[in-house]
Design a protein around this ligand. Sequence first.
Ligand SMILES: [Zn+2]
Length: 352
Amino acid sequence: MWKINSSTIQYTYRFTDKFVRDLLKWACENKEIKSVAEITETNLTPRLRLLVEYGGFWKLREHMYKLATCKKIAAVRTTYLYFSKNYIKILKGRIKSYPHIDKDTTDYIKPVFKYFYDNLIDNEFFWNTYNPSGKYIKKSGIRDLDTSHKTCPYCDRNHIIPSSANNIDHLLPQSDFPFLSIFGRNLVIACTICNSKQVKGDDWALPILHPFYDNMEDILFFKFDNDKKEIRVCSKRKIQYERVTRQRGENFIRVLKLNKIYKKMWFMVENERRAIFESIADMDIFDAMENITNSSELVSLIKKGARKRAWMLNDFVQEETYTKLKSDYCSDFISQRNPILIEWLNDEYRKR
Ligand SMILES: [Zn+2]
């Protein structure tokens, strides 16, 4: 729910685009191929030839053959090229109609691209061939390196566990967008719970927010129903220069099941209210209360304490969980009517 300022993963996998382009071009040009053995006799780019002739890659050769014999390989290539070029525009809803591949073709190419993600991108020879100037690093290494955010950019509710193999999410899932399986911009390091079948799974929607490219903290916000003791996650209608903000936010909330997750988290609001009270108590407000005659003076002290708490939270954004909920609650608290704030303070004071 907070924008990620620098993500290692998207830059690390920039080079894979070149590989996929080479491969799809080759597959389109070699539809007539009759066997895996014929691959070395075809016209290959120098890099592809290195891979093909490398002893350990018999599986890659099988997958290449599969791609070349895919009936709609031209559509796969068109779709990939379009998505890799316009990925952000598609997510932002600036492009509404984009090419797509039918379900049979999607199912046909799925194992090929799954192999790229599961095996190929962790292979050192592949890196030396396609990214000779880059330092070889495995997926698990990137997870360890990507320390710019410690909490999940989707839910802000869990810490990221670097050691877990299940914490790289494909924002547009492999089930329907297999061709984006190793496309760096589509890979988001998130918590294992968001990436599980129970939460995001294969769900997706377009247009949608993306933690690398959107200030999600300015678009998503929490609403607090003090009577029902319920929390709702909502999306702003509009931000500057954007027509479809609300839809992107709502899609994000739905795909990540944020309302289901946060609905029952009222205890967090109660904890936060107590934290605000402590922040006010730290200002020696109770001694001052004796001398305050004017209620607006008292309210301004209450608000000052709440603001102090909000400032303190800033330091823990993406370090500690729930900072988005807590910050939004501080803002909501400050906006409450004066009599409510005074009544609240008296209540809390009595409990002390
Ligand atoms: Zn999460």
